[in-house]
Design a protein around this ligand. Structure first.
Ligand SMILES: [Zn+2]
Length: 132
């Protein structure tokens, strides 16, 4: 059973306002986003869960992905421990626009979700694309 870090490449197809649990209301402009998460038990089960629209909302990302305008385009994975999750988030933070506090309740990161202009992050992160 593989465990590790995953990145979700998400397309938001129009501007949406989403109530993100305790984080409050967040506005998502149309565009590309990348979310960094980790699953220290079953990575594949966690990823499959993200593709289900109908579920009990637990993580911040559940609120975004429950919106019809949000769609997962690609998934990237890396076998690594949980610390790497925040290292990757920090690296993406250098080029992306953080959605403040999103997915970062239990760490010091500004965010684990970023609006991005392109896929340049793939050049400096050692992640591999997961085929669906
Ligand atoms: Zn973090």
């Amino acid at each position: 059973m593989m465990k590790g870090i995953y990145l979700l490449l998400i397309s938001v197809n129009k501007k949406i306002t989403v109530k993100v649990g305790a984080l409050g209301t967040a506005i998502f402009d149309k565009g590309l986003y990348v979310y960094v998460g980790s699953a220290q038990r079953s990575l594949h089960k966690r990823i499959a869960r993200h593709f289900k629209r109908d579920k009990r909302k637990f993580w911040h990302i559940d609120y975004l992905l429950s919106n019809d305008a949000a769609e997962i385009l690609k998934v990237y994975v890396k076998e690594a421990d949980k610390k790497e999750e925040c290292r990757i988030a920090e690296k993406i933070n250098a080029t992306g626009i953080p959605i403040k506090g999103f997915g970062a309740c239990d760490c010091e990161c500004r965010s684990h979700l970023f609006k991005i202009g392109n896929l340049s992050f793939l050049r400096y992160l050692q992640v591999k694309e997961l085929s669906q």
